[in-house]
Write a protein that binds this ligand. Structure first.
Ligand code: ADP
Length: 190
């Protein structure tokens, strides 16, 4: 299974990615997590990414694409993967298409978690109080929603045209949402 988990910031992609990857027996590859780990380790990539992340902007495509190319070439991703937070721009869609084509692979499904912006901003503000992520101030949270709407939401149309998109209601208990995703996956992969 090669799948994407998409949806606006705060929709629960990270949480669902971990649960679903476990259930499906494939690695979850989260670009946000990889960037945050690099920031923590103060790598060159982390130092570069941090200024974009803190402002709620996307890390440049060249940087992100190179990182994903490396990650997906690791052995554990050979038999499948769940991408969380990638692709987020049209050039990233192109890079992923190329990467897959190089190995004779294709995507099986694109799941989009759907939730109302007000619900999302609320969730993120609550999460900010708990984890204290440096990109979780109200201003940056709102900006991330706007960047998503402008840059990433249009990608859903691209995958819908390819017949890969399934939209899943992201509001509810974690388990409930996971079950919805698993049920939705059956409809596109069968
Ligand atoms: P969220 O979905 O809550 O916004 P993520 O953890 O997925 O958060 O990403 C955090 C930040 O990492 C993003 O705001 C962005 O700066 C950077 N990032 C993650 N994935 C990408 C990507 N595919 N392209 C560019 N930047 C990315």
């Amino acid at each position: 299974m090669r799948m994407l988990l998409m949806g606006p910031p705060g929709a629960g992609k990270g949480t669902q990615a971990k649960v679903l990857a476990e259930r499906l027996g494939i690695p979850a590859v989260s670009t946000g997590d990889i960037f945050r780990q690099n920031v923590k380790d103060e790598t060159e990539l982390g130092l570069e990414a941090k200024r974009y992340m803190d402002a709620g902007n996307y890390v440049p495509d060249e940087v992100t694409n190179a990182m994903v190319r490396d990650r997906l070439s690791e052995a554990d991703a050979g038999a499948g993967f769940l991408l969380d937070g990638y692709p987020r721009t049209l050039p990233q869609v192109g890079t992923l298409d190329d990467l897959l084509a190089e190995h004779g692979h294709k995507l099986d499904a694109v799941v989009a978690l759907v939730a109302d912006t007000d619900v999302l901003v609320d969730r993120m503000l609550r999460r900010a109080k708990i984890d204290g992520r440096s990109d979780d101030s109200e201003e940056v949270i709102r900006h991330r929603q706007d960047v998503y709407t402008a840059e990433t939401k249009p990608l859903l149309q691209v995958y819908a045209q390819r017949g890969l998109l399934v939209e899943v209601d992201g509001v509810g208990e974690i388990d409930e949402v996971s079950e919805r995703v698993l049920a939705a996956l059956k409809t596109v992969t069968e």
